[in-house]
Design a protein around this ligand. Structure first.
Ligand SMILES: [Mg+2]
Length: 300
């Protein structure tokens, strides 16, 4: 067998598509890109339509916590993705479903804008904590600051208060630059360190999305393909539960980074090695439309 991840050719794609009935597509870096996430990866929407036309059940799964379910659906439609709203699973949606499942009745503290400085509030007893808050939920927040960290940490001093994170992604890539944007995981890390408590993570690589897909759509991991651009979320999730994994190089990961994992002795890193890689999700169309060259030339 070739070293992992393997190059995907027409035959291996056809074989893989014969094995699966469900496709999970990560969004940022796979279907779209850019600081606003509004730049369509060329032909990504055609890939979704093509897979659907082949009878595959296609879900878009994202750790991005900046939009509501409605807003994601709207965005998908504006970029030409023809998917139902219930086929879009975002980390905030999973978080909300989790709270429903555990019949959570208290308030959730989502770090909000704080008026004035809280720096002296601890000593002065003026922190203004709401006694009805029973959970702290953290996602991406461009206005994160010391006061929010302080208030979140203060709620989490109560061991009964839940600590929930939408995701622990560390960076978002901005195409065309070597710089990247720090993502929600950095903020979660800050609160985790300050509170000395680990969060319950809702998005990938936690298995919550899989559990929901199993319960609602009877999705079977061994008949599922996950396509993502991030090794420690998308690919790890896929390998943890026995899905087929494809890394695309249109996002945060280089082929070199994926290859280096194969020699890493850490078993946790080994679980992040994808089976196949593609430059872009659009390669699926190119491969499917490739003429069967050998047969054609033999006939000529
Ligand atoms: Mg991604």
């Amino acid at each position: 067998m070739d070293s992992l991840p393997m190059t995907m050719d027409r035959d291996s794609l056809q074989q893989l598509l014969g094995e699966i009935d469900t496709v999970l597509l990560d969004c940022d870096g796979v279907l779209w890109q850019g600081a606003q996430g509004m730049d369509l990866i060329p032909r990504a929407n055609e890939v979704v339509s093509r897979l659907q036309a082949m009878g595959k059940n296609v879900f878009l799964i994202t750790n991005n916590s900046t939009r509501t379910q409605d807003s994601y659906h709207e965005k998908c439609r504006s970029l030409g993705f023809n998917v139902d709203q219930d086929h879009i699973l975002s980390a905030p949606y999973i978080l909300a479903q989790y709270l429903k499942e555990i019949d959570f009745r208290k308030k959730v503290y989502v770090p909000e804008k704080v008026e004035g400085s809280l720096y002296n509030a601890v000593a002065q007893g003026t922190l203004g904590l709401d006694p009805n808050v029973g959970a702290v939920a953290v996602g991406f927040d461009r206005d994160f600051n010391y006061d929010k960290l302080l208030r979140a940490t203060s709620y989490l001093a109560n061991p009964e208060c839940l600590f929930l994170a939408t995701n622990t992604d560390k960076k978002y890539v901005v195409t065309g630059t070597r710089h990247h944007l720090p993502a929600a995981g950095i903020l979660v890390n800050a609160i985790e360190n300050a509170s000395s408590r680990p969060p319950r993570v809702m998005g990938k690589p936690s298995l919550n999305m899989l559990y929901m897909l199993q319960a609602r759509y009877n999705v079977q991991p061994e008949k599922t393909l996950i396509i993502g651009d991030t090794l420690d979320t998308d690919i790890l999730l896929g390998n943890e539960c026995g899905m087929w994994t494809v890394l695309v190089l249109s996002g945060v990961t280089t082929l070199q980074e994926a290859r280096q994992l194969t020699t890493n002795q850490d078993p946790q890193k080994q679980k992040q090695v994808p089976l196949f890689y593609l430059q872009s999700v659009a390669d699926i169309l190119t491969l499917l439309d490739e003429p069967v060259s050998n047969q054609v030339s033999e006939q000529q």
